[in-house]
Design a protein around this ligand. Structure first.
Ligand code: PLP
Length: 355
C-alpha cells in the first residue's frame, strides 16, 4: 500500500484550496491575496510563554464585542475566519448526510471545508446581478439536507453586497432548521452594509469577520464569529483547546482599541478612494470589457483575454489572481488594491500590454 492510499478516500480525492501562498509566484508587487498593503506595528508586553493561553481570551472577546456593538457571549475568536468556517461545518453538518449551500462564484474555502469533512456542497447559481437567487435556494433547501448556507458580503471575488431583503427572506425561510452565515471578511470597506443588526431578530444568523483585511493583520491569524450565544456555545465544544496564541491575543486587543480603529478607518477610506480611481482609469483601456463595482479592497476586471493579461502582468513582476476558470468569470482577473504607487505601476504596466 502506498502512503497516499493511507489517507481517507475524501482526502485522496481532494484538491486543496489554492491560496495565494500555495499558488506562489515571484514578483515585486503582490496583489493576489486581498491583503492590506499597510501594516501597523504593535509592541508585545511579554516574552514569557510558559503557560497555555485561555481558549477564548476574555480581553479579546470584550474588545471585539465593543467594536461590533454586541455582547462578549455572542463572540468567538478563532485562528482566522477560515477556522470558523471549518468549525461551522464540523459542528452543524452530519458526515455523509448533510450539505452546505453556496452561490458560486464565491470564496473557495466553504466548499473545501465541507469536502474535507465529508459534507456535501449544493451550488445554486446567483442571479445575473450576483445576488442570491432566493426561489432557487428555497427549492434546493426543500430537496436536500442543508445545515449551513454560506453567503459572502462583500463577496469575494465579485465585490457584491448582499441585498438585505433577500437575506431576510432566506432567514425567515430557514428559521429553526438551517444556519445562514454571512461572511463579512471585507465589511469594513462598506461598514454601513453590515448585516450584524439582524442578529437581534434571527437566531439562525451567523456573521464571520476577520482582522486580516481592513486591520492589516493577515499574518496574525485572528477571526471572529458573532452569533446567538447558544451557537457560540456549540462551536466552543468543537474548537481546539488553545487556538489563540498569547501574542495574537495581545496584538488583537491593541488593534481593537478606539485610537487604532481611527487609523484603520482612515486607511479604509484611502484604499476605497484608490480603488475607485483605479477602476475609473482601468475602465478606459481598450482591452478591458468590464470593471465590477466593488465594496471590498479589490477590483474584479474582465479583459478581452484575461489569461494573457494575467501572464503578462506576472512577467512584469505584478502578481494578480486569475479567475478565468470560475463560473461566470471567464477572462476575469481580481486585483487587490495596493498603495497608490503600486496601483500606478499596475496601470503603467497595463498601458504597455501588447495585444
Ligand atoms: C471572503 C473571505 N472570507 C474569509 C477569508 C479568510 O480570512 P482569515 O484570514 O480570517 O482566515 C478570506 C481570505 O481571503 C476571504 O476572502
Amino acid at each position: 500500500m502506498t502512503l497516499k492510499k493511507l489517507a481517507c478516500r475524501r482526502v485522496q480525492k481532494l484538491t486543496p484550496y489554492q491560496s495565494a501562498r500555495r499558488i506562489g509566484g515571484v514578483g515585486r508587487i503582490y496583489l493576489n491575496a486581498n491583503e492590506n498593503p499597510l501594516s501597523i506595528n504593535y509592541e508585545l508586553d511579554s516574552s514569557v510563554y510558559n503557560r497555555y493561553p485561555d481558549c477564548q481570551p476574555q480581553e479579546v472577546l470584550q474588545a471585539y464585542a465593543d467594536y461590533a456593538g454586541v455582547k462578549p457571549e455572542q463572540v468567538m475568536v478563532s485562528r482566522g475566519s477560515d477556522e470558523a468556517i471549518g468549525l461551522l461545518v464540523r459542528t452543524f453538518c452530519e458526515v455523509e448526510q448533510d450539505q452546505i449551500l453556496i452561490c458560486p462564484p464565491t470564496y473557495g474555502m466553504y466548499s473545501i471545508a465541507a469536502e474535507t469533512n465529508g459534507v456535501g456542497v449544493i451550488k445554486v447559481a446567483p442571479r445575473e446581478d450576483f445576488q442570491p437567487d432566493a426561489p432557487a435556494i428555497k427549492q434546493a433547501l426543500d430537496q436536500n439536507s442543508v445545515k449551513v448556507v454560506f453567503f459572502c458580503s462583500p463577496n469575494n471575488p465579485t465585490g457584491t453586497i448582499i441585498d438585505e431583503d433577500i437575506l431576510t427572506d432566506i432567514l425567515e425561510y430557514t428559521k429553526d432548521r438551517t444556519l445562514v452565515v454571512v461572511d463579512e471578511a471585507y465589511i469594513e470597506f462598506n461598514m454601513q452594509k453590515s448585516m450584524i443588526t439582524l442578529l437581534k431578530k434571527y437566531s439562525n444568523l451567523v456573521i464571520t469577520r476577520t482582522l486580516s483585511k481592513a486591520f492589516g493583520l493577515a499574518g496574525l491569524r485572528c477571526g471572529f464569529t458573532i452569533a446567538d450565544p447558544r451557537i457560540i456555545g456549540l462551536l466552543l465544544k468543537v474548537i481546539d483547546p488553545y487556538p489563540i496564541c498569547a501574542p495574537v491575543a495581545q496584538v488583537a486587543t491593541a488593534a481593537l482599541q478606539k485610537s487604532n480603529l481611527e487609523v484603520v478607518f482612515e486607511r479604509v477610506a484611502m484604499l476605497n478612494e484608490i480603488r475607485d480611481s483605479f477602476a475609473e482609469k482601468v475602465k478606459k483601456l481598450s482591452f478591458v470589457s468590464k470593471v465590477y463595482p466593488s465594496n471590498g479592497n479589490y477590483s474584479l476586471v474582465e479583459f478581452t483575454d484575461g489569461e494573457k493579461l494575467f501572464g503578462y502582468m506576472k512577467e512584469q513582476g505584478i502578481i494578480l489572481r486569475d479567475f478565468n476558470d470560475k463560473p461566470r468569470l471567464k477572462n476575469c482577473v481580481r486585483i487587490t488594491i495596493g498603495t497608490r504607487e503600486e496601483m500606478n505601476q499596475v496601470l503603467e504596466a497595463m498601458e504597455r500590454f501588447p495585444q
